[in-house]
Design a protein. Structure first.
Length: 212
């Protein structure tokens, strides 16, 4: 495989490509690769979001799809205090420590950040669950279930965000973008689908009754 790559680079087409995007290992090549990769991941994320919206709207019905959108909004809002300002801190500090070769400081930083975020997200989820339990009479059962699911998902949501930003600090740009833009919404979607299938939520039956 390496020999084939060398032959391609020595060919006229390989030289033309290398002149535009740079040779493998150079800064221009990495920037070009990461830019194209981020654009592809972004397009995949938009397509996944659109497909998910269409499928859920047809499967759940308008009211239940609104509840799903509510849960996603709650997760996005609570994800800010659950992660503090750690995402930007991870990108900046990990990149600096990598240049200096201070791997022990990186391990300590990751341990502190993930542990603090875990305690914060669990605390927010417990407080939110307590408030939801106290105010359950003011909401429908469907709203209570969806909000409870959002609180359960919050620690995983925060973990994936921090994991993606840590990868960016290690110069794993594509992997970080993949975790942040694809894995997080996909994680919640799979969890919601599993709960719907496991607990036989009335959402599906409600949607079928509306369409018949």
């Amino acid at each position: 495989m390496k020999l084939a790559g060398e032959v391609f680079l020595n060919d006229w087409l390989g030289k033309a490509v290398a002149r535009v995007v740079g040779k493998p290992g150079t800064l221009r090549f990495r920037l070009t690769r990461d830019t194209i990769g981020v654009m592809a991941i972004r397009a995949l994320s938009i397509g996944l979001g659109f497909s998910t919206s269409v499928v859920l709207a047809r499967l759940l019905g308008l009211r239940e799809f609104g509840l799903y959108s509510l849960a996603m909004s709650v997760l996005g809002l609570l994800g800010v205090p659950a992660t503090f300002s750690f995402p930007r801190l991870l990108v900046r500090e990990i990149s600096v420590y990598c240049v200096k070769g201070k791997w022990s400081l990186i391990r300590g930083l990751l341990h502190f950040v993930f542990r603090t975020s875990l305690f914060a997200s669990l605390g927010i989820a417990l407080l939110g669950g307590l408030g939801l339990w106290l105010l359950a009479d003011h909401f429908s059962k469907e709203v209570v279930r969806v909000m409870a699911l959002a609180f359960v998902t919050l620690p995983f949501w925060a973990f994936l965000q921090l994991h993606g930003e840590a990868l960016r600090g290690f110069e794993k740009i594509l992997a970080g973008r993949w975790v942040g833009t694809v894995m997080r919404p996909l994680n919640f979607l799979l969890l919601m689908g599993g709960c719907l299938w496991l607990f036989r939520s009335p959402f599906l039956n409600y949607g079928r009754r509306k369409t018949t």
